[in-house]
Design a protein around this ligand. Structure first.
Ligand code: PMP
Length: 315
């Protein structure tokens, strides 16, 4: 992966090579940071880069920071402005991934959350797909369990909690699977290592509720709305048993990185026909039109980075 050219670091945009921290940095040792993950989508017709739902991403970023007792003066609108400035300087004319990070910059020994100095950094890099085949992911049910709200809250995007995701992902991939599906302590499906989970059974779509130790995904929220309002489907947020996926007609992951990816096999069992189904197929098409700023109804979700050229060709 190419390195960024610039970084937002300590309140200004600097060459990436100057955005450095010392090895004593608190967050590096104790996992006491929070992060975000956004995407920018290049729209060739409009010659425009659209950042998808930046206000919602930065709202969650600030919420995650609050969980770690980090206070910032900036609002989600301030972060969006800084991000747009960074992307203009990078001058991307391609899809990109954006990573804001809040960390405690103190170079001290001592595990705690109080009396520390939170700082923000942000970078962006060109980015394509996160999984090899978005139309056919083979998942395994991980032997690792998802972090619990009273251990490390999954609803915050907390750096230390990603050890849980990394354990599940590495074991899955070393065993030949594309992704892991992680269960809660009570045996219900929570989510993938870095993506939310949905299944389709008899025309009804289900996804785990936010009380089942999931990250409250922005894509999840987007997908629920698209399924209900545009595809006219019923979506339930409810606990999901492991064996329901064995009997599902379709299943998929969603997230900023993975976008919408069909799960076609689970532990060598076919999900439905074993190929991407019609609902996931239609949803993927709609999702990519939405994120690229091609659906007028959802244009508020797509923040333009550059000055608009001329009349948009949106439907
Ligand atoms: N769950 C986890 C654990 C994640 O890391 C992510 C990626 N941020 C998601 C779900 C999807 O969240 P979002 O749609 O906001 O990217």
């Amino acid at each position: 992966m190419p390195l960024p050219n610039y970084a937002y670091f300590k309140g200004r945009i600097v060459p990436y090579s100057e955005a450095k921290v010392g090895i004593m940095t608190h967050t590096l040792h104790y996992g006491t940071g929070v992060f975000g993950g956004l995407r920018g989508y290049w729209n060739t017709e409009e010659e425009q880069l659209f950042v998808f739902r930046p206000h919602d991403h930065f709202r969650r970023f600030l919420d995650s920071a609050r969980l770690l007792c980090m206070d910032f003066r900036e609002t989600e609108a301030d972060f969006t402005e800084r991000l747009i400035e960074l992307l203009r300087i990078e001058n991307f004319r391609t899809d990109c991934y954006i990573r804001p990070l809040a960390y405690f910059s103190d170079e001290i020994i001592g595990v705690r959350l109080h009396d520390l100095t939170p700082e923000i950094a942000m970078i962006s890099v060109p980015f394509g797909s996160y999984v090899d085949d978005e139309e056919g992911v083979h998942v395994t049910v991980s032997s690792w369990r998802r972090v619990e709200d009273n251990m490390v809250p999954a609803r915050g995007k907390i750096t230390g909690a990603y050890v849980n995701s990394a354990l599940a992902k590495t074991d899955a991939q070393r065993s030949g699977f594309g992704e892991a599906l992680v269960l809660n302590q009570d045996g219900h499906i929570s989510e993938g290592s870095a993506e939310n989970f949905f299944l389709v059974r008899r025309g009804v779509i289900s996804t785990p509720p936010v009380t089942d130790n999931i990250l409250e995904g922005i894509t999840r929220r987007t997908i629920i709305q698209l399924l209900r309002d545009d595809l006219g489907l019923e979506v339930l947020e409810r606990p999901i048993d492991r064996t329901e996926i064995y009997l599902a007609d379709e299943a998929f992951f969603c997230g900023t990185g993975v976008q919408v990816a069909a799960i076609t096999r689970v532990d060598h069992r076919a999900v439905g026909t074993g190929r991407m189904g019609p609902i996931v197929g239609s949803l993927r098409k709609l999702y990519f039109d939405v994120v690229r700023g091609r659906v007028a109804k959802y244009s508020d979700w797509c923040a333009p980075v550059y000055q608009p050229k001329e009349a948009a060709s949106r439907r």
